[in-house]
Design a protein around this ligand. Structure first.
Ligand code: GLV
Length: 335
């Protein structure tokens, strides 16, 4: 290779964090938020040795077809349903995510949504801003308590566990369902009880979704599952749009078959189902569960570390810290 390898960063991040790349790479960082797709994305990837991309970039076989130099796609997210891992692996390209650094911020935000939905905070704020508050009514704005209730968690990875650990502070019991049951030590640390999915649906007063989006988890919560939940239940989705059938959810909320919902992710986002937008008993936010200064900086640092490490630099030299397809290294050794 002549000259420095080239890194493309698809979106504005934190200049002082990505500056760590500069001694070793030629860095091309996009100055503005742009959605790169199709030929535009293919052209960006074609000339680089490493790419740091976000959820808006869908990278698969077509996008990397002309990217002969590309060695790693570092995702600025823990979820990676925007990457076709099989296609990247087949092309000898590594992929990485930002595992773990966002767990606590996402768990905090999940509780904000849960409590906001239970205590009707979005609805109350809209009402106040609209100038409707002319006197306090004793029986107005009644919401739901958490203490003594059951928190159900579908998807008990590290984020699900961080959400569960906070439940004791709210006096809640935790039930969870996961593809595989967790070891007793983790169940103990989370004070969480394993149940099958029908039991989780039936017993949860608050059901939080923390599963990755896969073919298996698509519409894990649709009309049949909503019909198994309590009429007083609150649903919180911080996982991915697509895990919930948003049309079915809007129908259930609108018809009083579910009390409320807190949603940070949507099918087809940034589009939001119009029926959800029209409902008062749902809090909507624009996919911001990991959006704190510290965490977004840590996510950027992790993507940078993955790239640096592959090329033999930085604190993890030779061992990129969060590879999704490490088997590629055996087939195509690090440069
Ligand atoms: C955000 O949704 C992420 O996967 O990091």
């Amino acid at each position: 290779m002549t000259g420095k390898p080239r890194v493309w960063i698809s979106r504005p991040t934190f200049p002082d964090v990505v500056a760590r790349l500069e001694p070793h790479f030629e860095v091309a960082a996009e100055p503005e938020e742009t959605v790169f797709s199709g030929a535009g994305l293919t052209a960006k990837l074609a000339g680089c040795d490493a790419a740091i991309v976000g959820l808006k970039e869908h990278v698969g076989a077509a996008e990397v077809a002309g990217a002969a130099r590309l060695r790693i796609v570092a995702n600025l997210a823990v979820g990676y349903d925007n990457l076709d891992l099989a296609a990247l692996t087949a092309a000898g390209i590594l992929a990485s995510n930002t595992a773990d650094v966002l767990n606590e911020s996402v768990a905090d935000y999940t509780w904000a949504l849960l409590l906001g939905a239970a205590r009707r905070m979005g609805e109350a704020e809209r009402w106040l801003r609209a100038g409707h508050w002319h006197g306090t009514e004793f029986r107005a704005w009644l919401g739901l308590d958490t203490r003594g209730r059951t928190l159900g968690i579908l998807g008990m990875g590290r984020i699900g566990q961080a959400i569960a650990r906070r439940a004791a502070g709210f006096g809640m019991q935790v039930a969870y369902h996961n593809r595989s049951r967790l070891p007793p030590a983790i169940e103990g640390a989370c004070a969480a009880r394993y149940v099958d999915k029908p039991t989780l649906l039936a017993e949860s007063d608050f059901l939080v979704l923390a599963v990755p989006l896969t073919a298996e988890s698509r519409h894990a919560i649709g009309a049949p599952e909503l019909a198994q939940m309590k009429l007083t239940a609150v649903l919180v989705n911080i996982a991915r749009g697509g895990v919930v059938d948003d049309a079915a959810l809007a129908a259930a909320l609108g018809e009083g078959r579910l009390a409320a919902a807190g949603l940070d992710v949507f099918e087809g986002e940034p589009g939001v189902h119009p029926a959800l937008r029209a409902l008062d008993n749902v809090i909507l936010s624009p996919h911001i569960a990991s959006a704190t200064w510290d965490t977004r900086r840590a996510m950027t640092a992790m993507a940078v570390d993955n790239v640096l490490a592959l090329f033999g630099h930085g604190p993890h030299a030779g061992r990129p810290p969060s590879l999704l397809n490490p088997e590629v290294l055996a087939l195509r050794p690090a440069p």
